[in-house]
Design a protein around this ligand. Structure first.
Ligand code: ADP
Ligand code: MG
Length: 280
């Protein structure tokens, strides 16, 4: 049974920001779990050698496990490495292992080095078995070839921004890279979504930063803001998203609202009975 009206088109979002610790991985896994909870079929591609997204989704990713490294370097089909998260039968993960740390260098000498992920994903999505509504790609904190592969494979860019003093710093470098990608590798890529994360409403600074980001990007910033919440940061150590770990916590509620906004912003029909169909 489907609880949401989905378009039948796959939306591929890359979650990027070359700053570390701004909430990329947290946003990727929690939006993914929230989307799956309202009926979407979601694939998370873990492109960070740290493998934090794989961990949070409860997916094994030790060095002996076939991973996204094998897809990018040895042209394994994506279907051979994708696992189902124990959290939902609609939530899938292409795990990362420690081997991916070498991929940034190994890719340099490869043919079609910027298109490796795109090619693998196209092949995967072409199979009727893999009817996926959303692909979310968790990027490492750099603008190297792994991130460029993500930008080349995606239709949309989702930038998490932490509500702190230097929030906008470095963003122009990210946007320059996006323009370069649009010009040379992927004209379809659009900056569709900005999500404000780790928001502490008690501080004036957080409010000022949020206002400033909204002034710069009035259309892109989601209305929903993710609050700083201990439950959000605890969840990964249990191999869970906060949606499964504590579905009634402020962080879980915010990520579910962000997911619903994301669906609505595509112009797709509104989520029906989303609240009453939340799982877990
Ligand atoms: P990135 O992937 O951009 O490096 P992470 O998603 O790993 O960032 O988040 C960095 C740290 O901040 C992690 O320890 C994570 O648990 C914590 N964190 C992220 N979002 C929140 C939040 N809303 N509330 C509290 N802690 C958070
Ligand atoms: Mg990360």
């Amino acid at each position: 049974s489907t609880e949401v009206q989905l378009t039948g088109q796959t939306r591929v979002l890359t979650v990027s920001n070359q700053k570390g610790g701004v909430g990329k991985t947290t946003t990727t896994v929690n939006i993914a779990a929230a989307l799956a909870a309202v009926g979407a079929r979601v694939l998370v591609i873990d492109l960070d050698p740290q493998g934090n997204a794989s961990t949070a989704l409860g997916v094994p990713h030790t060095a002996d496990i076939p991973s996204i490294y094998d897809v990018l370097i040895d042209e394994f089909p994506l279907a051979d490495i994708v696992q189902t998260s124990p959290e939902s039968p609609r939530l899938f993960c292409a795990p990362s292992t420690i081997h991916l740390a070498g991929a940034e260098i190994e890719l340099v000498s490869q043919v079609a080095r910027e298109h490796r992920l795109r090619t693998a994903l196209d092949e995967y999505l072409a199979s009727p078995e893999h009817s996926i509504d959303f692909v979310l790609i968790d990027c490492p904190p750099s603008l190297g070839l792994l991130t460029i592969n993500a930008f080349t494979a995606a239709g949309e860019l989702l930038i998490p921004i932490q509500c702190e003093y230097y929030a906008l710093e470095g963003l122009s470098q990210l946007l320059n890279t996006v323009r370069m990608i649009q010009k040379h590798l992927n004209p379809r890529l659009s900056l569709s979504t900005i999500l404000l994360t780790m928001y502490d409403g008690r501080t004036r600074l957080a409010q000022q930063v949020a206002d400033e980001v909204r002034q710069h990007f009035p259309r892109e910033v989601l209305d929903t803001v993710i609050p700083r919440s201990v439950r959000v940061s605890e969840a990964p150590s249990f191999g869970q998203t906060v949606i499964a770990y504590d579905g009634q916590s402020a962080g879980a509620i915010a990520y579910r609202e962000a997911a619903v906004e994301l669906i609505r912003r595509d112009g797709a029909p509104a989520v029906t009975h989303a609240e009453s169909n939340i799982e877990g």
